[in-house]
Design a protein around this ligand. Structure first.
Ligand code: ZN
Length: 324
């Protein structure tokens, strides 16, 4: 069991984590953003201000910690995260790891893999980022991110998952995943199980993208955490289906294995989005769970103890490896 959890501003005791949002993004750079040389230059001061303002809003609602699981290859900026955590007083845990094949650094590692053991190289990178720090920043990753695209796990994605398993075993840092369309959670757990990873140290992310309760209970029965971590992203899956599944799973006693979040993105590298996200997804806001989903759960008869389990106890147990 880990006595300390690495945050971007230094280690923290598990008991001090407090209310934790388990999947939000300060900044994303969709791979290829560097090629948009006609975009306005990135305004780091503006980004920092926007993130600090958001953090103050979250802090006012009781949020103490936020996990930003941005992998290495999706525009990650851990120094920005450290500045925002410092200025706002909300802790941030950052990630090492790599994104899915179709949108990540796959070309580099596939090229390397033609000549050398790229799985070994990936594991080495993840371990260094967790134990020594990211680049020369001294900031350590507290979690390992892996990802799969929809309906299949590619050979590359499998390699990343194996490297993540090895880094987990070497460091004790937990694993969090990206899934698409509520698929491939089982396959992710299969690969991790082959590498002897305890599912209790794994969040299968975006599991709320499935409306299939058998998918959910299969993953839960194996001991993994489920991320109900895209509340407000109605464009991908309706909130009322996420909520119906969540209320059902809480009703049959799975509150100790579910974590909540929104997968919001606060700043984008490259050109600003052409579509107004505010009108298309008005609830895709990192306050939505606390302002709307928690009251909806209470209306459905979910106890405060179960709500606290998802928002406070589960993140602490997941990060520290403490028994359920
Ligand atoms: Zn995400």
């Amino acid at each position: 069991m880990a006595n300390t959890i690495q945050t971007v501003t230094g280690p923290c005791r598990p008991a001090d984590l407090g209310l934790t949002l388990m999947h939000e993004h300060l900044i994303i750079g969709w791979p290829g953003w560097e090629s948009d040389t006609a975009a306005a230059p990135f305004d780091r001061r503006e980004a920092r201000k926007l993130c600090v303002d958001r953090m103050h809003e979250l802090k006012a609602l009781g949020v103490a910690t936020l996990l930003d699981p941005c992998p290495i290859d999706l525009g990650r900026d851990v120094e920005l995260a450290a500045e925002v955590a410092q200025a706002s007083g909300v802790r941030i845990v950052c990630a090492t790891g790599l994104y899915k094949e179709e949108s990540g650094a796959a070309p580099y590692y596939k090229f390397r893999g033609a000549f050398t053991d790229s799985v070994n190289e990936m594991a080495e990178i993840f371990i260094k980022e967790i134990s020594e720090g990211i680049g020369s920043t001294g900031i350590k990753a507290g979690v390992i991110k892996v990802a799969t695209g929809p309906h299949q796990v590619t050979a590359y994605e499998r390699n990343v998952i194996i490297a993540a398993a090895r880094a987990h075993k070497a460091t004790g840092a937990p694993i969090t995943t990206h899934t698409d369309e509520g698929t491939m959670g089982r396959e992710q757990l299969d690969i991790l199980a082959e590498e002897q990873v305890d599912p209790r140290r794994v969040v299968i992310g975006h599991s709320c993208g499935s409306a299939d309760l058998r998918y959910h209970t299969d993953l839960l029965d194996r001991g993994a955490y489920l991320g109900f971590d895209r509340f407000g992203l109605e464009l991908l899956h309706p909130d009322r289906l996420r909520l119906a599944a969540l209320i059902g799973l809480l009703g049959i006693g799975f509150e100790r294995q579910i974590v909540l979040s929104h997968d919001t993105v606060w700043c984008w590298r490259g050109r600003a989005l052409a579509l107004p996200v505010e009108t298309l997804a008005p609830n895709w806001d990192p306050r939505h769970v606390l302002l709307h989903i928690v009251p909806a759960l209470r209306d459905a008869g979910v106890s405060q103890a179960k709500i606290d389990a998802m928002l406070i106890d589960n993140p602490r147990r997941y990060f520290s490896g403490a028994a359920r």
